[in-house]
Write a protein that binds this ligand. Sequence first.
Ligand code: NAI
Length: 326
Amino acid sequence: MWLPRDVPDGVLTGMSISVIGYGNQGRAQALNLRDRGLPVQVGNIDDEYAASARADGFRVLRIPEAVEAADIVVVLIPDEVQPHVFRSSISNALRPGQVVSFASGYNVTYGRVPIREDVDVILVAPRMIGRGVRELFLSNRGFPMLVGVEQDASGEARARAVSLAGVVGADREGGCVLESSFKEETLLDLFSEHAGLIQLLKTSCEVLIEAGCSPEAAILETYGSGELGEIAHAIADLGLVNQLRLHSTTSQFGQLVWGRRWIATETRDLMRRAVASIQDGTFARAWHAEEQAGLVQLHAAWRQQEMAPLFLAEARLYEALGRGGE
Ligand code: NAI
């Protein structure tokens, strides 16, 4: 792991960067890189994101031209469009010696993007949403970045990945660069989506309602009050267990002694199966089949959730509290 003071300086001097995509990550990273003095241009299709990049003062090129024009190509378009955009606009425009950087491991892990063998292929993945990437940078604070190397054509790929992560914002107080890989980042990312908090919160709420609690009380207690956000901050600042010192002694006994029994062997085994379904490609195959079929299951799941008693109660509660929207 590299802390801010260890991130090598100057590795990218003289290299020009094309940021492909100007959305959540693209805008934040392009602005941060430019503020660090690097020559940055944007590659984008002709849409409102391109207009936003122009309004921010960037030179905006068509994607193939932006790829040709740069030493480092930072790919920041959605994962689901990358295979098509690589085939149509990126793969053929690449030349030997370039660096292709991804913010997500998914498409490289599952072999979905064709890339020639004489370029560096690196992972520079912020553990931060785009808005945070920019806002933290502006307030001179850092955030964690995972880096990895899939192809090291230059012999410099690792140093370049670490440096790029640094200049995007990891080399400031509070940041760090952690060595990872495309496969590991894919597993971390997907697993936290499959076996993560949303399912647990939903199930917890449903069980409390079954036990006779009102939906409003269950929702506020479980996630709606905002306390969960406070606890998440305390976990990041103090540690997962150490922050329990901020809770009552009854809560500490419940969480450290009594509650352990409810994460049973079966839960752990199911989590291991979730890991296996990512590592052996079962999830990726199911997701690609779903994309080919026009997202039928996903749309049905949205309809089902929108009609579920828990979320109808949530909508009423949030409306009464003046919340909601996006
Ligand atoms: P986004 O959805 O904000 O991307 C929008 C950009 O993609 C726009 O510039 C748009 O013109 C371009 N685009 C959309 N469809 C296109 C198409 N068919 N052809 C060409 N360009 C197209 O993407 P976001 O969320 O910034 O994600 C970019 C990458 O960063 C992904 O690999 C994602 O996994 C990764 N990432 C995203 C995070 C986030 O904060 N959203 C956090 C960490 C990683």
